[in-house]
Design a protein around this ligand. Structure first.
Ligand SMILES: Nc1ncnc2c1ncn2[C@@H]1O[C@H](COP(=O)(O)OP(=O)(O)OP(=O)(O)O)[C@@H](O)[C@H]1O
Ligand SMILES: [Mg+2]
Length: 176
């Protein structure tokens, strides 16, 4: 994936809060020299305020956010740019929206145990996602279907190990 300039790849690094999306996506983008986009930055202001208040987002809140990410994927495809994007993309319907009309999209689901997620979120500072939202995120997560392009990467291990596993999967074309 990503070797043919005529066929760009968009790697959507996904999973619940604390699974390491931002950490891994930055590392993968740096290693490959690909563009990087942070999905959190596409949230409308109202969504950020809701999350900061500890309220889970509902689907009506999420559609404009997902459409904004999808638009940015389309823009990268237009200029044939390889890109790594973070987006929790917890439900199949969200992922279908991102993929619709965008053949470059491959998903990478970071699979982290609930205990490790809690540890990470409790030690994290300066971020708007409180640990109390984790349970609703885990309940919402729909694993990747066999017919979805992408891979699930065990991600309880250290960031370097997770990044290496993702790069390896990209290199071997796993899940494409
Ligand atoms: N593989 C890892 N091992 C241990 N800690 C990690 C690992 N990856 C990330 N972390 C730490 O866990 C916390 C969450 O990571 P990160 O912010 O990358 O997750 P995220 O999935 O982007 O979360 P969010 O959805 O809330 O943006 C951070 O403090 C980060 O430094
Ligand atoms: Mg993040």
């Amino acid at each position: 994936m990503g070797d043919d300039p005529a066929e760009p790849t968009t790697l959507v690094v996904m999973g619940v809060s604390g699974s390491g999306k931002t950490t891994v996506a930055r590392g993968v983008a740096d290693a490959l020299g690909w563009a990087y986009a942070e999905g959190d930055e596409f949230h409308p202001r109202e969504n950020v305020a809701k999350m900061a208040a500890g309220q889970p987002l509902d689907d009506a809140d999420r559609w404009p956010w997902l459409r904004a990410i999808a638009d940015s994927i389309g823009a990268a495809e237009e200029v044939r740019e390889n890109q790594v994007v973070t987006c929790s993309a917890l439900k199949r319907s969200y992922r279908d929206l991102l993929r619709d009309g965008h053949p470059s999209v491959r998903f990478c689901l970071l699979d982290v145990s609930p205990d490790e997620l809690r540890r990470r979120l409790e030690s994290r500072r300066g971020h708007y996602m409180p640990a109390s939202l984790l349970d609703s995120q885990l309940a919402t997560l729909e694993p990747l279907g066999a017919d979805e392009p992408g891979i699930t990467v065990p991600a309880d291990t250290d960031p370097d190990g997770v990044r290496a596993a993702v790069l390896d999967a990209l290199r071997t074309g796993a899940g494409s």
